[in-house]
Structures are given as structure tokens and as C-alpha cells.
Design a protein around this ligand. Structure first.
Ligand code: C5P
Length: 218
């Protein structure tokens, strides 16, 4: 099978991760969770104790940390300076701080370059994030933008994290706002993206539609 890059963007709780992993497994592609990379950098920033509002200090931590991430859709690990951080990067401290770290232009430049290198090496890969179709992989073979109502997204997230739905809804709204309004590559729908609303569509249906689109496009 030849090269194939699928970009999946959308807000938190839109079903991106589940859809992207299933699609990747189904087409025999690698899978890259770029949110996990921003989360791992955030973990390192929190560990270092630098001020989150000090962009220069945050960028320095990002440059110095040895970040590694797997690309197996059946299960990938993330390490920072050799420490496995899979659980920590999903915790409330990282979730609370990640949008601020992801808004630092130097952090984005660093991670976008790493992501582009990984995409080039993989050849066949499904990449999920916020800026994949617009910035990281503008030449992707298929660009997907997943949405869902705020209520549906909050319900999914609190089910995943086993956290309180009201707290989750507030946190989602806050993160969406920060991610959509930041200056450097905000969450955006690429003009050539296929938009799918997953509020009513089941995950299987979404994956099937994407399969069909890929087949159509050869
Ligand atoms: O997808 P996930 O919720 O794990 O992403 C965590 C955070 O990382 C997002 O809220 C956003 O601030 C940032 N992010 C980003 N660009 C990406 C992926 C994630 O800014 N491509």
C-alpha cells in the first residue's frame, strides 16, 4: 500500500481519538495523537516548576525534554525523559494547563516539525489534533473535521475520565475557547475538510463513512 495521510481535527470529545485509531487499524496505518505530545510537554513544564505564563521558559523546557511517542493504533506509549507519562498526561493538572502551553508559538513550531517528520517516515498514517489539516499536513489525502454538540462532548469526556459532568463541561468550554482563539494556528476547519457531526452518528458509522471516502478517492 502506498502513502496515505489522513488528518482528523476537531474539539475535545468529538470522537477524534476513537475514530482515528479505528480507522488507522482498519487501513493498516500508523496513528499519531498530537494532543498527547502537547500534554507530555505540559507534564514536563509542570514538573520543572516554571511559570506557565513565561513563554520563553516554557519553550526552553519543551526544547530540552526528550519526548517519545509510539504510533501503533492498538496502543502507544508516551515517555518524557524516559519516564512513562501515559496516565499523568490524562490527569486534571495537565488538562488544566495544556492549552496555555500549546499556545506558545515556539512549542508549536517544535512539535509541528516533529509531527511532520513522523508523518514523512510513516507513509501511511492517521493524525489527530487541532491544526493537522490546516498546518501540519496541508497535503493530506483526506481531511476530516469532527464536531458534536457541547452536551454530547461533555458526556463522552466525563464517561472516559470518570469525572463530574458539570466540571467536565466547564473545562471543555474553557479549553475550546482558548484553543479556538489563540494567535498561532488555532483549532480550525481546513477549507477542504469533510465535516462530520458525531452527535447523532455512532462511532462505527463515522469510521465507515471515512473508509468509504478513502476508497472513493483511491
Ligand atoms: O486532543 P487533546 O484533548 O488530548 O489535546 C489536548 C490539548 O492540546 C488541546 O486542548 C490543545 O490545547 C492542544 N492541541 C493543540 N494542537 C494539536 C493537538 C492538541 O493545540 N494539534
Amino acid at each position: 500500500a502506498g502513502r496515505c495521510v489522513v488528518a482528523v481535527d476537531g474539539p475535545s470529545g468529538s470522537g477524534k481519538s476513537t475514530v482515528s485509531r479505528r480507522l488507522a487499524a482498519g487501513i493498516g496505518a500508523r496513528y499519531l495523537d498530537t494532543g498527547a505530545m502537547y500534554r507530555a510537554i505540559t507534564w514536563a513544564v509542570l514538573r520543572s516548576g516554571v511559570d506557565l505564563t513565561d513563554a520563553e521558559a516554557v519553550a526552553k523546557v519543551a526544547q530540552e525534554v526528550d519526548l517519545r511517542i509510539g504510533t501503533d493504533p492498538q496502543g502507544y506509549g508516551v515517555t518524557a525523559d524516559g519516564v512513562s507519562v501515559d496516565a499523568e498526561i490524562r490527569g486534571p493538572e495537565v488538562t488544566q494547563a495544556v492549552s496555555a502551553v500549546a499556545a506558545v508559538p515556539a512549542v508549536r513550531a517544535l512539535l509541528v516539525a516533529r509531527q511532520q517528520e513522523m508523518i514523512a517516515n510513516a507513509g501511511r498514517i492517521v493524525v489527530e489534533g487541532r491544526d493537522i489539516g490546516a498546518v501540519v499536513a496541508p497535503d493530506a489525502d483526506l481531511k476530516v473535521y469532527l464536531t458534536a454538540s457541547e452536551a454530547a462532548r461533555a458526556a463522552r469526556r466525563s464517561a472516559e475520565d470518570a469525572t463530574d459532568a458539570v466540571v467536565t463541561a466547564a473545562d471543555l468550554a474553557r479549553r475550546d475557547h482558548l484553543d479556538s482563539t489563540r494567535k498561532t494556528s488555532p483549532l480550525q476547519q481546513a477549507s477542504d475538510a469533510v465535516v462530520l457531526d458525531t452527535t447523532e452518528l455512532g462511532i462505527d458509522e463515522v469510521v465507515q463513512r471515512l473508509h468509504a471516502l478513502l476508497t472513493e478517492r483511491g
